[in-house]
Ligand binder design. Structure first.
Ligand code: FCB
Length: 453
């Protein structure tokens, strides 16, 4: 890339201690879904039902990372990243969700994995819940049942104690919005329930479990740093009408403020709470204080903004996300908007002042092709990455405490309901041979991180 190009960006534009990483999650990459006494998760069950996954696939094999992790971690090291975000599969630790003793083989797998990170100079960032709930807990009502909160705290206790010497950075939950609403209202994710009241209760319990897990991790891990990773979206009204402005505020109330307000001690936003009528969750005295337990950082997964219109009868809040044609989109249809990332982080900083912010996920999907020359020329993803790093730099320049960036994802992987059709990796994975090929975007990230771009 021409250095005179305004698109140019270097690692040295960021503070020296900025964290550079990539992200993955257990169900999306590990495979080996029956190995070493792993229990069944809600995603195994969900995938087994015809029609739930676009290509009829599952995470049974995925990237076979369970066996190939040494090579995969070496890929992360070769990129020049100094941190790696992964998730622990709860059903590998407690195959039935709870139990007297954890599954030692499950702990051993993550022990090898974490040692592998440390050997390669990768700081482990562990997510405790990236959606693979043990099916046995779902059979008891899942997150809608308050006892799942206790089970999560127990699982957290066991895992954080076991890794207290090696993992300092803990993310309790990945994207509680998706857990609650993709899984229990829209029904497009496991467990495939379509009930708004249940979804709100799930949401409350997930947030409660986050708050209860924090002191447990702190007790077990000296110098622990704990936070949650939220999926947040900058929102814009579809027109300048008062109705669309009000609709955007309502949509924001559930998409963003529901989580941000609760985590920052403001409770659930009253303006949307009052709209939910008898669907509001059961909240016990003290729950909101627990949810607001102070954290060390806020993780933000940034993908795309949304345009919102008022539409009577649409959804719970009479709001509709509309798509105007004239914007750039990824193959998923998600709008490409690096500026939205700057606006979003500025807003979070202004309104909530988290001590530190990490972009725990950011990335894009396109129709990648492995060419006969053995290369994947993913120019669009490369451009997406560069522009979002430029946006990250603007965020830092504004004095917002953004401390790190994790690209989603290290590898192409199992993209939930979309199956293997949506590639998000910096590394191309041939799912027949399990061969990995660094894409042009990955090569650029490597050059960027080595300071040779
Ligand atoms: C996020 C998820 C992650 C991945 C990306 C594309 O919502 O956290 O697992 O699916 O989207």
């Amino acid at each position: 890339m021409n250095k005179a190009d305004t698109k140019f960006i270097r690692r040295s534009d960021f503070p020296a201690n900025f964290l550079w990483g990539s992200s993955t999650s257990s169900y999306q990459i590990e495979g080996a879904s029956r190995n070493d006494d792993r229990g069944i998760s809600i995603w195994d069950t969900f995938c087994a039902k015809r029609g739930n996954i676009r290509d009829g696939s599952s995470g049974d094999v995925a990237c076979d990372h369970f066996h190939r992790w040494p090579g995969d971690l070496s890929l992360a090291k070769d990129l020049g990243t100094n941190a790696y975000r992964f998730s622990i599969a709860w059903p590998r630790i407690f195959p039935n969700g709870v139990g007297v003793a954890p599954n030692q083989k499950g702990l051993d797998f993550y022990s090898r994995l974490v040692d592998g990170m440390l050997e390669r100079g990768l700081e482990p960032w562990a997510t405790l819940y990236h959606w693979d709930l043990p099916q046995a807990l779902q059979d008891q009502g899942g997150w809608a049942n308050r006892s799942t909160v206790d089970a999560f705290v127990r699982y957290t206790d066991v895992v954080s104690k076991h890794f207290s010497d090696r993992i300092k950075n803990w993310i309790t939950h990945n994207e509680p919005w998706c857990t609650a609403f993709n899984g229990n209202y829209e029904g497009v994710h496991a467990p495939g329930i379509k009930d708004f009241k249940i979804a709100l209760q799930v949401c409350h319990h997930v947030l409660l479990s986050h708050g209860l897990a924090i002191p447990v991790i702190r007790r077990n891990v000296l110098g622990a740093r704990v936070g949650a990773a939220l999926s947040l979206h900058p929102l814009h009204p579809a027109s300048d009408s008062d109705e669309d402005a009000a609709a955007t505020k309502r949509h924001d109330g559930l998409r963003n403020r529901w989580f941000l307000d609760a985590l920052h001690g403001r409770g659930y936003p009253v303006d949307v709470w009052t709209q939910f009528g008898d669907k509001v969750p059961r909240v016990r005295e003290g729950d909101l204080d627990v949810i607001a337990t102070p954290t060390d950082f806020l993780g933000i997964n940034y993908y795309f903004p949304e345009v919102v219109a008022n539409e009577h009868g649409s959804g719970i809040l009479n709001t509709k996300v509309v798509e105007n044609d004239d914007v750039e989109r990824t193959a998923f249809g998600w709008e490409v908007c690096p500026k939205g990332m700057v606006d979003l982080l500025a807003r979070v900083h202004r309104d909530y002042r988290p001590a530190e912010i990490y972009l725990t996920e950011n990335g894009s999907t396109y129709e990648d092709v492995l060419r006969p020359d053995g290369e994947v020329h993913d120019e669009q993803r490369l451009s997406f990455l560069i522009r979002h790093l430029q946006a990250a730099r603007q965020v830092v320049d504004q004095g917002i405490p953004l401390k790190g960036y994790f690209a989603w994802s290290l590898l192409d992987n199992f993209e939930w309901a979309e199956g293997f059709g949506r590639r998000f990796g910096l590394t191309y994975v041939d799912f027949d041979t399990q061969r990995r090929t660094l894409k042009a975007s990955g090569k650029w990230y490597r050059a960027f991180l080595h300071g040779t771009n």
